[in-house]
Design a binder for this molecule. Structure first.
Ligand SMILES: Cc1cc2nc3c(=O)[nH]c(=O)nc-3n(C[C@H](O)[C@H](O)[C@H](O)COP(=O)(O)O)c2cc1C
Length: 320
C-alpha cells in the first residue's frame, strides 16, 4: 500500500508536519510504503486558467514540480493525505496552487471521460490544525479537500482537525494523537491486506503498464497492482496511452519504474513477467508466471490494440 502525505505548512517542523509524520509512521507500522512531500518546498506555478487541460487533457505548464513529481505520485498513490494548517479558513497558498493544478486531472475525468484505473479504491484523508476554536474552523478546508479528492480520483474518507494549536510544538502536547491517527489509518484497512502482484516487462512503457492498470481497475480493492521494467523507459508509450484511452482508461501522468525500485519498497506475492526475462530477480517464496506477449513498442496502433485486448482477457481470468 502506497500512501502519499502532502505537507502543506510553510513553517519548518511545525504542527502540521508533526501530525502528518505521526500518521505516516502509523501507516508504516502497518506495512505501508509512505512518502511525505513538503509542498511548500516545491516549485509549483499557479493555474493560469488557460483551459488547455479542458480542451486537450494536459496542463500546459510542464517545467515545474507538479509535472515532474506531483502528478505521477498522485497517480500511483493508494491513499493521499492532505495535511494543512488553517490559513484564513483554507489551506496556504502553495498548497492551494497544487490543488488548483489538479484541474488537469479533473478535466481528464469530466471533460474527456477517462477513468484513472485506481479511482475505485484510492482513499483521501485530511489533517488540519488551527489556532482558534470556532465550530466552523475546518469547514472551508473540508469542502476544498472533498473537491480535490474527487478531481484526483480518490474517495474522501474522513479528517482529523485540532483546534487551539498555534505555536510550534503545541501539536505534540495534544492528547490522544496516536490513537486518532491509528483510527484514521484503520479506515484504509482493506488496502493493507491485498494480494500484491508485480507486472514486469522490459521498459514498463506498454505491457506491464496496461496489465497493472486493468488489474487495478477491475480489482483494486483486492489486488495491489504493481508495475515495473528491467530497463525502464523515460516515459510511457503514447500509442499505449491512446489505445487504453479508447477503452476509457486514463494512463496520463503514469511513469515507468524499475523492478529494483519497486521490490525495495514492497515484496510482491506474485510476479508476472512479460519480456523482462533473466533480468527479473528471483525472490524466494514469490509465485512467478510468464505471459508470452510480444512487445508492441514500435509496431502500429492495431497491433497495440491486439495486445491490449489479449492483456485485458488475461487479467480478467487472473482476477477471476
Ligand atoms: C497566514 C496565516 C493565517 C492563519 N489563519 C488562521 C485562521 O484563519 N484560523 C486559525 O484558527 N488559525 C489561523 N492561523 C494559525 C495557524 O493555523 C496555526 O498557528 C497552526 O498551528 C500553524 O500550523 P503549522 O505549525 O503547521 O504551520 C493562521 C496562521 C497564519 C500564518
Amino acid at each position: 500500500m502506497f500512501i502519499v502525505g502532502l505537507q502543506g505548512s510553510p513553517r519548518v517542523n511545525g504542527n502540521t508536519n508533526y501530525l502528518l509524520e505521526r500518521l505516516l509512521d502509523a501507516a508504516r507500522q502497518k506495512g505501508a510504503h509512505a512518502q511525505k512531500i513538503d509542498v511548500t518546498r516545491l516549485d509549483i506555478s499557479p493555474c493560469t486558467g488557460c483551459g488547455n487541460c479542458e480542451r486537450k487533457g494536459y496542463c500546459i505548464i510542464k517545467d515545474d514540480d507538479m509535472a515532474s513529481t506531483v502528478y505521477p505520485l498522485l497517480r500511483r498513490a493508494d491513499v493521499v493525505v492532505l495535511a494543512s494548517p488553517v490559513y484564513f479558513y483554507n489551506v496556504p497558498a502553495v498548497l492551494k496552487a497544487l490543488i488548483d493544478r489538479s484541474q488537469a486531472l479533473w478535466s481528464r475525468k469530466y471533460k474527456h471521460g477517462l477513468d484513472d484505473p485506481m479511482r475505485g479504491h484510492r482513499k483521501g484523508f485530511m489533517l488540519a490544525v488551527g489556532a482558534t476554536k470556532g465550530k466552523n474552523l475546518f469547514d472551508g478546508m473540508v469542502l476544498t479537500a472533498k473537491y480535490f479528492f474527487d478531481a484526483i480520483g480518490a474517495q474522501y474518507v474522513d479528517m482529523l482537525g485540532y483546534r487551539r494549536v498555534e505555536e510550534i510544538g503545541e501539536m505534540k502536547k495534544q492528547p490522544g494523537v496516536s490513537e486518532d491517527v491509528a483510527g484514521l489509518i484503520d479506515m484504509a484497512a482493506p488496502l493493507f491486506h491485498r494480494k500484491k502482484i508485480l507486472f514486469a516487462c522490459r521498459e514498463n512503457a506498454c505491457r506491464s503498464q496496461m496489465s497493472s492498470a486493468f488489474a487495478a481497475s477491475m480489482a483494486g480493492e483486492r489486488i495491489e497492482a504493481l508495475y515495473a521494467g528491467s530497463t525502464p523507459a523515460s516515459e510511457i508509450n503514447p500509442v499505449m496511452a491512446d489505445v487504453m484511452a479508447e477503452a476509457g482508461i486514463d494512463m496520463a501522468y503514469r511513469t515507468p519504474r524499475s523492478i529494483q525500485e519497486v521490490i525495495d519498497e514492497v515484496t510482491p506475492d506474485m510476479i508476472i513477467t512479460m519480456g523482462c526475462g533473466d533480468q527479473c530477480p528471483f525472490i524466494p517464496g514469490v509465485t512467478y508466471e510468464d505471459w508470452d506477449l510480444p512487445d508492441p513498442a514500435g509496431r502500429d496502433i492495431d497491433f497495440m490494440r491486439k495486445i491490449r485486448d489479449e492483456i485485458r482477457e488475461r487479467v480478467t481470468r487472473l482476477v477471476g
